[in-house]
Design a protein around this ligand. Structure first.
Ligand code: KG4
Ligand code: ZN
Length: 336
């Protein structure tokens, strides 16, 4: 008998639903929220309201695109956290109600774990073997973890302040780019000189990161140059983006390589919205033989927030009969 899992993701500003059959994606729908663009960042209250509007149509479409009947579903997997509480509440309440209505198990999923385990989705690409170093890089997180098995994950490093995606987004805002700016900076970087402007890298101990100093230095620099030439940012946008991205990639790279050496692990697996950045992919791919590791990047549609990764973890947990109780609440902060 095939196992059908419905995944529901609503941790930030994307409402997503997906149906997987035995780990294969039958549908994966994402409703993005345009409303945040004009605010330069996600407005939590508006995100919750938009999830409320989107969740029923997105789930309906995911089930219909999968060409199944809702009564064929074996379980519902939902994002319990981490994320924005109001956003999580919409997805978790909906999932709980549907699981009661259909009388099928409910499975809670950790969003960050799902970003990494997305690699086990049938069509995500080559599958890493355990143990591996997991690097989650998104708008809200920058973490290095040791993944010994699907559900044996240990945090060994993280950002002490801003997340890597947040750094892209905030620096983008300083340059007048729309939110989220990561992909735009990536695009402009391909046209610029990455060594034109130098920004100092932070000195942080161990495997932790810090990006707030870079963000401030970037702001000071463009403020100073704009006083001399008011069109500085506009004229230099490609070089600014390329130099900023280059610095961010260097900061990320150094600690990841250190983590591989310290743990004696030779595979590194990326997850999260920033893992589609071409500067990051090129840097890690180019240095594989030099530093003796293999790097894994997810297929584009599984990098940003999506419910297929939630359903994938749901499928793995379903096989372990690891079900959740409806008493459990959404968790804004949720470690592995
Ligand atoms: O994982 P995600 O969809 O949502 C969170 O959980 O945060 O990640 C969104 C983040 C945003 O900060 C966005 O600017 C960034 O991913 N991003 C990128 C690129 N595409 C998306 N950052 C750098 N380069 C990209 N190509
Ligand atoms: Zn995410």
């Amino acid at each position: 008998m095939p196992t059908y899992i419905l995944g529901i993701e609503s941790s930030c500003d994307d409402t997503s639903a997906s149906v997987l059959c035995d780990g294969k994606v039958l549908s994966n729908l994402v409703a993005n929220q345009e409303v945040h663009k004009s605010y330069g960042g996600v407005v939590p209250e508006l995100a919750s309201r938009a999830h409320q509007q989107n969740i029923i149509p997105v789930v309906k479409q995911a089930i219909s695109k999968a060409n199944i009947n809702k009564n064929q579903l074996n379980a519902i997997a939902y994002t319990r956290g981490p994320g924005l509480l109001g956003s999580l509440l919409v997805g978790s309440s909906f999932s709980k109600s549907l699981s009661i209505g259909l009388d099928i198990p409910l499975i809670e999923v950790n969003h960050m774990q799902a970003h990494l385990l997305a690699h086990f989705i049938d069509d995500c690409g080559p599958k890493p073997s355990f143990p591996f170093i997991g690097v989650t890089i998104s708008g809200g997180h920058t973490q290095i973890v040791v993944v010994k098995d699907y559900f044996e994950i240990e945090l060994i490093g993280e950002t002490l302040d801003d997340a890597i995606g947040e750094t892209f987004d905030k620096c983008g805002k300083m340059m007048g780019l729309t939110y989220p700016a990561g992909a735009i900076i990536n695009e402009y970087s391909n046209l610029g000189d990455s060594l034109k402007y130098k920004f100092t890298k932070p000195k942080v101990g161990g495997l932790n990161y810090s990006f707030s100093g870079l963000k401030t230095a970037f702001l000071r620099f463009i403020e100073k140059e704009s006083k001399i030439n008011k069109d500085f940012v506009q004229k230099e946008i490609n070089n600014l983006c390329a130099s900023l991205q280059y610095t961010i990639v260097e900061i990320l790279y150094e600690k990841v390589i250190l983590s591989l050496k310290q743990t004696d692990i030779s595979s590194v697996v990326f997850g999260g919205g920033v893992s589609c950045n071409s500067g990051i992919i090129t840097k890690f791919k180019e240095n594989e033989s030099l530093e003796d590791y293999v790097s894994y990047f997810p297929k584009f549609e599984y990098t940003t927030d999506n419910a297929a990764m939630i359903a994938m973890v749901g499928y793995l947990k379903y096989n372990n009969k690891d079900f959740s109780s409806i008493e459990k609440g959404a968790k804004a902060r949720y470690l592995y």
